[in-house]
Design a protein. Structure first.
Length: 138
């Protein structure tokens, strides 16, 4: 098994690890996810029907409105949060969403995480130090 280390910047501190769920498409929480079920509901999204609960959720950026913080709160209260988030391009939408969900989150990594990490890889996020350790599934 090969291991890869990425360095980035902490958004929300903490340490978590688990299986990655990765998309190269932006994500909208307002109308794009079912917060109570923790699944992607946007019809044309490559992760349509998949759950981010208990995954290390890796995505490029947010799209849509300021509904991120409201939906993030529902996701957390419903127990559907990912274990951690890795966001390539942070914005106020995703930053506030990460804070509200209270999950370790990193951004601004030295390599594009959506190109390096694949769904199914085992990923450890040490947001306190801004380090992501990837163990490839293959």
């Amino acid at each position: 098994m090969s291991r890869i280390l990425l360095n980035g910047r902490k958004v929300v501190g903490g340490i978590s690890e688990g299986e990655a769920l990765v998309t190269k498409q932006t994500i909208s929480t307002w109308g794009g996810v079912h917060a109570v079920k923790g699944i992607i509901t946007e019809r044309n999204h490559e992760l349509w029907g998949q759950s981010f609960k208990d995954k290390i959720f890796v995505f490029p950026a947010a799209k849509g409105s300021s509904g991120w913080s409201t939906v993030a709160q529902v996701i957390r209260m419903a127990g559907q949060s990912p274990k951690a988030m890795i966001i390539r391009d942070i914005s106020s939408l995703t930053g506030i969403g990460a804070v509200v969900m209270r999950v370790p989150t990193v951004t601004e990594l030295d390599k594009d995480p959506t190109e390096i990490i694949e769904t199914g890889d085992w990923v450890k996020v040490d947001a306190d130090r801004g380090i992501v350790e990837i163990t490839k599934k293959k």
